[in-house]
Design a protein around this ligand. Structure first.
Ligand code: AMP
Length: 605
């Protein structure tokens, strides 16, 4: 089954697939691969992409753009965003609703409209149903933003087999996973956002070391600077204030962008604008030097976050092995120069920077669908994580190499009657015994006293995209819960991780034996206690030679428990169970009779 790769962007979205060994983006009828992430509700129905973009000026109240900024967020989270948007927002169940015309939609519903458009485009070109996709998200997206992206996929009829980080996708497009190791800086300057991510690659595994950026800095700001110059010049030369004319303003914005784009390839370009009311044509020549002088400050504003990201990752610019450029605005020669100067090496720019994320998503999709033979692991936990259970044994909830974000849930109970709490001791490592693993954190969950085995304690591990582990323990009876957050990789060097994994192989046999012994002793102890209890309750119901046989079997089990052979313990346990079989059955009959009697009693009352 084919899996496609999708770059669901703030301004533009793309879909790509693997054509043999080569990732390719899919163009629409007009030949353009980029679908503007804009949705408009018109009287003739819903439109998406380029035609919807045209509605932005004519019908802003019914047109939605930049919906990615609202994914997985509540109203309180976006208070700062609102000054940029003309939207009427509300909230329902913690999820933002955007008013479009008379109706309201959630961000995943709007994103789903864009995804559907991409899906249909792929179906038309590939002549097959598309139902599985890899979708990219910014590295800093949290769990709810990732979940919202998955929801959007589901609404669009797509099974989202994997969410991957945009910088990871860009690195995959350049085949960087084939290197055994390295440190990668991904510089992403799009239309409205800037992101810098520092990734560490080791044996095909990408880890996000740090991210930074500016959610309101991009190509649009460059257009704006040029547009301001044009507006001022028109006023000076023609005495005309174009601000009063919506259409002329739109024309100025578009011409500013066109001029900027031309200056990426040429030294000079002319901006041409038809003035309103047939007052003539305005022309202005711009040189690349002029554009660079006007916008150098904008480029400088991307370098501070780059330095901060390096600092957060504990790196110097010279530690970066590869620099990858993403986003249309990285075509500007000034941007390339400044990035090269900062990192001291030429950035990768062979691929189309608008397409590189979608291409990488397709590479990941190809790997997942088994088309590509290379084993590849992405964004994974380097070590297993779990909790301590009785006898000092580690019970693993999340295995090593699990792709993140990820979650796991397991039910535990108590071992001793009347326990008023349980200790949740969180561990990391590959060994069977607690003492050989790394202790990450511990906390206590209080509970009302109950017989052993009765409480049900649900333990949930949640690892977000940044590798932060959140552990919650919940008493299912009382719904009381406790949780804690830890960063499992904190303070662990690569060497230590390797050592821990190496030890787990080295001591595997010993560890398993030790664990089996502990478990057999625990089970043996529990069986002795339970059988003693049965003898007290039902000894009078069976023959004395039966009692003697049970006592003999119990003594043999107690002796085996003191030894070190788990198999011997299990064998003696079987003897106890066999000798006590009649006693247990009799007691069960008895308690059944009692239960029936109880029922009668209560019926009677
Ligand atoms: P993206 O969001 O990655 O699609 O980037 C779109 C932004 O890239 C817009 O602001 C475009 O104006 C800008 N852009 C595209 N091509 C070029 C180019 N050749 N030179 C400068 N900016 C460009």
């Amino acid at each position: 089954m084919r899996i496609v790769g999708i770059d669901l962007g703030t301004t533009n979205s793309l879909i790509a697939y693997m054509d043999g060994k080569t990732p390719r983006v899919i163009a629409g009828r007009g030949g353009r691969a980029m679908v503007p992430s804009v949705v408009a509700m018109t009287d003739n129905g819903l439109i998406v992409g380029d035609p919807a973009k045209e509605h932005l000026v004519r019908n802003p109240a019914r047109t939605v753009y930049s919906v990615k900024r609202f994914m997985g967020k509540g109203l309180a989270d976006v208070a700062d965003e609102l000054k940029y948007f003309p939207y009427t927002l509300s909230e329902q169940g913690g999820v933002i609703r955007i008013k479009v015309g008379e109706k309201t939609y959630s961000p995943p519903q709007i994103s789903a409209m864009i995804l559907k458009e991409l899906k249909q485009r792929a179906e038309a070109v590939l002549h097959e149903d598309i139902s599985k996709a890899v979708i990219t998200v910014p590295a800093y997206f949290n769990d709810s933003q990732r979940q919202a992206t998955k929801d959007a996929g589901m609404i669009a009829g797509l099974d989202v087999v994997r969410i991957i980080n945009e910088p990871t996708a860009a690195s995959l497009a350049y085949g960087l996973q084939q290197h055994t190791q390295g440190t990668i800086a991904v510089y992403d300057l799009g239309g409205g956002t800037f992101d810098i991510s520092i990734l560490k690659l080791k044996d095909g595994i990408f880890e996000v070391l740090s991210t930074n950026g500016n959610t309101h800095l991009g190509g649009d700001d460059f257009d704006h600077v040029l547009a301001e110059v044009i507006l001022k010049d028109v006023r000076a030369k023609h005495g005309l204030s174009l601000e009063k004319y919506d259409e002329a303003m739109q024309a100025v914005r578009l011409e500013a962008e066109r001029t900027k784009i031309r200056l990426s390839d040429e030294q000079t370009a002319t901006a041409v604008i038809e003035l309103p009311d047939a007052t003539g044509t305005y022309r202005k020549d711009f040189s690349r030097d002029q554009l660079e002088a006007l916008t150098v400050e904008l480029v400088e504003r991307t370098l501070g976050p780059c330095r901060q990201a390096l600092k957060d990752a504990g790196l110097q610019p010279s530690d970066i092995d590869e620099v990858v450029l993403v986003g249309g605005s990285t075509r500007m020669p000034l941007v390339r120069r400044r990035v090269q100067e900062l990192f001291g090496k030429a950035p990768h720019s062979e691929l189309n920077p608008d397409e590189v994320v979608a291409l990488g998503a397709a590479v990941q999709a190809g790997i997942l669908s088994g088309d590509t033979q290379d084993m590849l692991l992405l964004d994974v936990t380097p070590l297993s994580m779990g909790i301590e259970t009785m006898g000092g044994v580690m019970s693993t909830l999340v295995r090593r190499n699990t792709t993140i974000p990820s979650s796991a849930k397991e039910m535990f109970t108590t071992y001793v009657d009347g326990q008023t709490g349980v200790d949740i001791h969180i561990l990391q490592g590959e060994r069977e015994l607690v003492k050989d693993n790394r202790s990450l954190a511990r906390f206590r969950l209080k509970m009302p006293p109950l017989p052993a085995g009765v409480p049900r304690i649900e333990v949930t591990f949640l690892i977000d995209a940044n590798g932060i582990l959140n552990v919650t323990a919940r008493d299912m009876r009382t719904s009381q819960s406790q949780s804690i957050e830890v960063k499992p990789s904190y303070g662990l060097s690569d060497e230590e991780v390797e050592q821990m994994i190496g030890d787990s192989f080295k001591f595997a046999a010993e560890d398993i034996t030790a664990r089996k012994l502990i478990e057999a002793r625990l089970d043996g102890g529990a069986l002795i206690a339970a059988t003693e209890k049965s003898l007290t309750q039902g000894g009078h119901l069976i023959a004395t030679d039966e009692i003697a046989a049970i006592r003999a079997a119990l003594a043999a089990l107690a002796a085996a428990k003191d030894g070190t052979d788990p198999r011997a313990i299990r064998a003696r346990m079987a003897d106890v169970e066999q000798s006590a079989h009649h006693l247990t059955a009799t007691l069960m009959d008895d308690s059944l009779k009692q239960a029936l009697q109880n029922k009668k009693l209560s019926d009677f009352q």
